[in-house]
Design a protein around this ligand. Structure first.
Ligand SMILES: Cc1cc2nc3c(=O)[nH]c(=O)nc-3n(C[C@H](O)[C@H](O)[C@H](O)COP(=O)(O)O)c2cc1C
Length: 334
């Protein structure tokens, strides 16, 4: 399947694995790229730019296919040394960067000078247009369903994607709620040139996370995510657990007065506890509503091959069949 995104990134299938804190290590990125998608290493999971350089080199040992690095721009008070991270990316020969969070505007000259294609992830049409205006090559349009930070507009992909298609000139992929061939075909119909998956890729054999995490995803339903941190305008969709119940209780008590310090125990340092130690009640970690569609833990290749084979069947049998029958009838009438 050829789309503007497969052409732009030199990949076989229009499927991207979004950056994921403590999940997007070389093992997963390489597995996705080897299966014909675009794997992405999560830059800031590497505690220093030197460690990111090593992770990039490790991934290069595992695949000769294109892969990218995610750079998430956090609120200024926790700013990591971004120029040094970008140096690790450019010196590591990376040609695709997924940016997210705040606007990548101030770093665009450095990224573009290194010949890097930038795909910015954002949750609204206005931010997508801004990304286009500052020279991003593509956008990952992230709907309200998504795991992680859906923004504050609460716009589901059924509306957000066609709106993005109406406004954008650069290609975009759909992100949030993507799980299978049905997702892919649907978002192609809505105007996207591919899809970005986060949560679904955690439940794969190669995802380097504790088995408890994968089993929790298989067990959970679409009703099991919660939105947290809305009062501080840092809304995150997470998987419900005892730590999240505590967090929501604190949010209820504090109301609009909530401060990040009030929920520190439930949000800080949670990822290594969950992803490495398998402590499923440790606190808030991102998970999308798409968890309700996750029923198994295949290899990345099995997952991607299944999506592409099923997508072809949906397009050629189901959809073409629908119009084909009508066309034949129309021909007879004519
Ligand atoms: C566990 C987890 C961690 C994530 N960490 C990041 C991150 O560090 N940076 C980022 O840009 N997006 C992050 N995301 C968002 C994903 O890249 C992707 O946009 C999102 O998962 C898409 O929604 P889906 O989960 O419904 O597929 C994370 C998502 C999950 C599930």
């Amino acid at each position: 399947m050829k789309t503007a995104i497969t052409e732009m990134f030199g990949i076989e299938h229009p499927i991207i694995q979004g950056g994921m804190h403590y999940v997007g290590f070389a093992e997963l990125a390489a597995a996705v790229s080897n299966a014909g998608g675009l794997g992405i290493i999560t830059g800031l999971t590497q505690k220093t730019p030197e460690l990111l350089a090593k992770e990039i080199a490790r991934c290069r040992d595992m695949t000769d296919k294109p892969f990218g690095v995610n750079l998430t721009f956090l609120p200024a008070f926790t700013a990591p040394p971004y120029p040094e991270y970008i140096a690790a990316i450019t010196e590591g020969g990376i040609k695709i960067v997924e940016t997210a969070g705040r606007s990548p505007e101030q770093y665009m000259p450095a990224l573009k000078a290194a010949g890097i294609k930038v795909i910015h992830k954002c949750t609204s049409v206005r931010h997508s247009l801004k990304a286009e205006q500052i020279g991003c090559d593509a956008v990952s349009v992230d709907g309200f369903e998504c795991g992680g930070h859906p923004g504050e507009d609460d716009m589901p992909n059924m509306i957000l994607l066609p709106r993005a298609a109406e406004e954008l000139k650069i290609p975009f992929v759909a992100s949030g709620g993507m799980a299978d061939a049905r997702s892919l075909v649907a978002v192609l119909a809505l105007g996207a040139a591919g899809m970005n998956m986060g949560t679904r890729f955690i439940a794969t054999k190669e995802a380097p996370v504790h088995e408890n995490v994968k089993q929790a995803l298989v067990a959970a339903t679409e009703l099991d995510t919660r939105l947290v941190m809305r009062a501080i305008r840092n809304t995150e969709r997470v998987l419900k657990n005892k730590g999240v119940d505590r967090l929501i209780e604190i949010e209820r008590e504090k109301g609009a007065k909530l401060q990040i310090a009030d929920i520190h125990a439930e949000v800080a340092g949670v990822y290594p506890k969950v992803m490495i130690d398998g402590e499923m009640d440790a606190g808030a970690w991102s998970c999308g509503m798409v968890v309700g569609l996750i029923k198994d833990v295949p290899t990345v290749k099995e997952l991607i091959d299944r999506i592409m084979a099923d997508a072809e069947r949906i397009i050629l049998d189901r959809l073409a069949g629908l119009v084909g029958v009508e066309n034949k009838a129309a021909l007879k009438v004519a």
